[in-house]
Design a protein around this ligand. Structure first.
Ligand SMILES: *Cc1c(COP(=O)(O)O)cnc(C)c1O
Length: 329
């Protein structure tokens, strides 16, 4: 299969980096518990992700675990988690699991934020926690910064900017952490090329993160992940140039989709593109029969009627996807 459904980086690590990881892992003491605070890895993360000095870091077993930890920290009867719809489905699923009430504010038809509706929902529900994916998944767009600033100023609780696609976006709220007392920023190495490692990063003020750290299980980042991630993050330039290659392929894929008459596609600041066709179920199944797997979003939300989402792959994978799409549409 050409696998373009899960926003994975299509490139493996260069041989020298894989060998360096193997050498380190060879000597790991698997009989011992890992460093519960993952201090060495946190220092690497701090410099690789430019976490401002004075801000704390909590690591998660993927950012999914950080979403769960944030929710567990703030969950109590009647507490509300607010998010946009459509956005990352884990926000709402985790709210349900921890017993928070999820309030979803619909995005507008072009997937921008409806600021008036959001401010009204904030005033009405006083959310303890707001999750904003920046860029948004599944639409791929970055929300307007001044709109997000208004939300940060209006929110009575914690606002999480989920920057899972930061490597492809060139925009971040990490430098703004000091400006907003209720802001925390979440990152992950998954979309960067290390989805199998399971490592998420939460950065923010100690006043928030010390409480999040209380619900963290002591050894949530296993020793193999700690060592391997520390090693890979020493080669941040290599991951950065892979991301740059994916961004330029995104441009090529986007213009090819724009040139197809029966396809309506959306601008993306991430490593995937959302597009709309007349019969998404048919196109999805016909692509799968041609051994190209993408994501079918038709039927998941009214704004996503007819929508499919393709992850940017290698030039060859993208060509296979484009010719299969042209054949089935
Ligand atoms: C993929 C994704 C994540 C999950 O990342 P993991 O670190 O792999 O758990 C989080 N947020 C958004 C918006 C995503 O698309």
């Amino acid at each position: 299969m050409v696998k373009l459904d899960a926003m994975e980086n299509p490139y493996s690590l260069p041989a020298d980096v894989r060998i360096a990881i193997a050498r380190k892992l060879e000597n790991v003491a698997l009989n011992r518990y890992p460093d519960a605070d993952a201090r060495e890895l946190k220092e690497r993360v701090r410099s690789a992700m430019a976490v401002p000095s004075g801000m704390d870091i909590v690591l998660g077993n993927g950012s999914d675990e950080l979403i769960q930890m944030l929710a567990l920290t703030l969950a109590r009867p009647q507490a509300v988690m607010l998010g946009f719809e459509p956005s990352f489905v884990m926000f709402g699923l985790i709210a349900d699991v921890v017993g928070m009430r999820f309030v979803g504010v619909p995005l507008q038809a072009d997937f921008t934020v409806d600021l008036d509706a959001t401010l009204t929902a904030i005033a009405q529900h006083e959310p303890a926690l707001i999750f904003i994916a920046y860029p948004n998944n599944p639409s791929g767009n970055l929300f307007d910064r001044s709109v997000l600033t208004r939300i940060l100023e209006a929110a009575p609780g914690v606002v999480v900017l989920d920057e899972a696609y930061h490597a492809f976006a060139g925009a971040s709220f990490m430098p703004q952490l000091a400006d907003y007392p209720n802001l925390v920023v979440m990152r992950t190495v998954s979309k960067l090329g290390l989805a199998g490692l399971r490592l998420g990063v939460l950065a923010g003020r100690r006043t928030w993160l010390e409480h999040v750290d209380k619900v963290r299980l002591p050894y949530n980042i296993n020793v193999l992940s700690q060592i391997a991630a520390s090693e890979v993050l020493r080669h941040g330039d290599m991951l950065g140039s892979q991301a740059a290659g994916i961004r330029s392929e995104r441009g090529r894929l986007a213009s090819a989709l724009r040139s197809m008459r029966s396809v309506e596609s959306y601008t993306s600041d991430a490593n995937f593109i959302l597009f709309r066709v007349a019969d998404a179920d048919h196109v999805f199944t016909a692509l799968k029969q041609r051994r190209v797997l993408i994501k079918n979003l038709h039927g998941t939300h009214r704004l996503l009627a007819g929508c499919l989402r393709v992850t940017v792959g290698t030039p060859d994978e993208n060509d296979q996807f484009l010719s299969a799409l042209a054949a089935v549409i």
